[in-house]
Design a protein around this ligand. Sequence first.
Ligand SMILES: *Cc1c(COP(=O)(O)O)cnc(C)c1O
Length: 425
Amino acid sequence: MDTSKEYVKKLDDEDPLSKYRDEFYIPEDTVYLNGNSLGLLSERAEDSIEKIKEEWKELAIEGWTEGETPWFFMAETLGEMISDMVGAKPKEVVGTGTTTVNIHALVSTFFEPKDGKDKIMADELNFPTDIYALKGLLELKDLDPKKKLKLVPSSDGHLLDEDKIVEMMTDDVALVHLPSVLYRSGQLLDMEYLTEKAHEREIIIGFDCSHSVGVIPHELHEWGVDYAMWCGYKYLNGGPGSTAFLYLNERHFDKEPKLKGWFGYEKEKQFDLALDFVHEKSAGGWQISSPSILGGAPLLGSLKIIKEAGLKEIREKSKDINDYFMGLVEEVLDERSYDVGIISPEKAEERSSHIAIQHEKAEAISSLLREKGFITDFRPPNVIRLAFSPLYNSYYEAWLTVMTIKEIIDNKEHQRYEKQEELVT
Ligand SMILES: *Cc1c(COP(=O)(O)O)cnc(C)c1O
């Protein structure tokens, strides 16, 4: 493999997405590798925020009907905008609430325990908030989470074996809730296969797609996934705490939402203000409150960039830049002398857009990287996650990161770093 600086410059020159980098605000003198936690602000998102601000200023309450995107339809508009990125019909997606609230709104509808089929299955590497929500739901139903929540184990603490997941889909399981991508290792699960297997066993299956939407194409409708949700602030670059999304397959539109609220009411009749609840027969029926217009504003701009760039192209670059980075790690930081290991799956089709590496002194390395302007994140005890967000990260940044880690280890900075810390404490 060519590890030269000349070669990496050529990769950037040939990158059809490189032009989008200029649209983003990259903090000065930084290599930002945290787009899987908080995507960056773009000029287009800034413009759409500004637009909503002006509408509030000039239209006040009229904004609900007179805004360029009438606020009353903001949730549905966002849902339509994103629907083709996740392979859903426009009415199957709505931009609403926040991720954890959407988990509650969906699992409370879909978990219908019956005698002998009253367990929820998730996995032990799942994001904590998802597990908390599942436990809370079981408690609401007077079911003991210790007995009724089955967690698929991981054999190495990083990856899940899909066949093991299927093996655990036994008759007592009513609902399976999994991430599309494991937030630590970046492993992408085969949602199509898992959905097929769950349905063969008459089990409802849903995915938390927070780490895959915006960077990986999905076919939620075609795969028959029952429900899904994802946040707006990772690869969608919608800003901190921005509006999240929820999807449910159209065959479930007649189901009764269990976390009811007036914005889920039949759209045409919401302002009749009747006391009986009749939900809209679309994903919109699962809304609870007034949409956060300020939380959705940035997405109106940021989603346009993704649409324009093309999800297929985004995925291609994501795979390619990650392959390049992993190749460099193996070549430049070969495991024996540098002890840097990669815990993300080897095959590009099996991972999302971040790579997790491990090193005994990962915390020190991550802190030193930060001092040098590289924003990565450390996950105890020994993992560093580095995300390459295809719209604004360059191949050169991947190269520079590996070379900087090499320098840190060559100069034994990571060993001194710990000693310094000991002096302080
Ligand atoms: C980021 C993320 C969340 C975030 O939940 P919020 O309610 O938005 O704070 C939830 N689940 C997964 C899998 C995530 O990656």
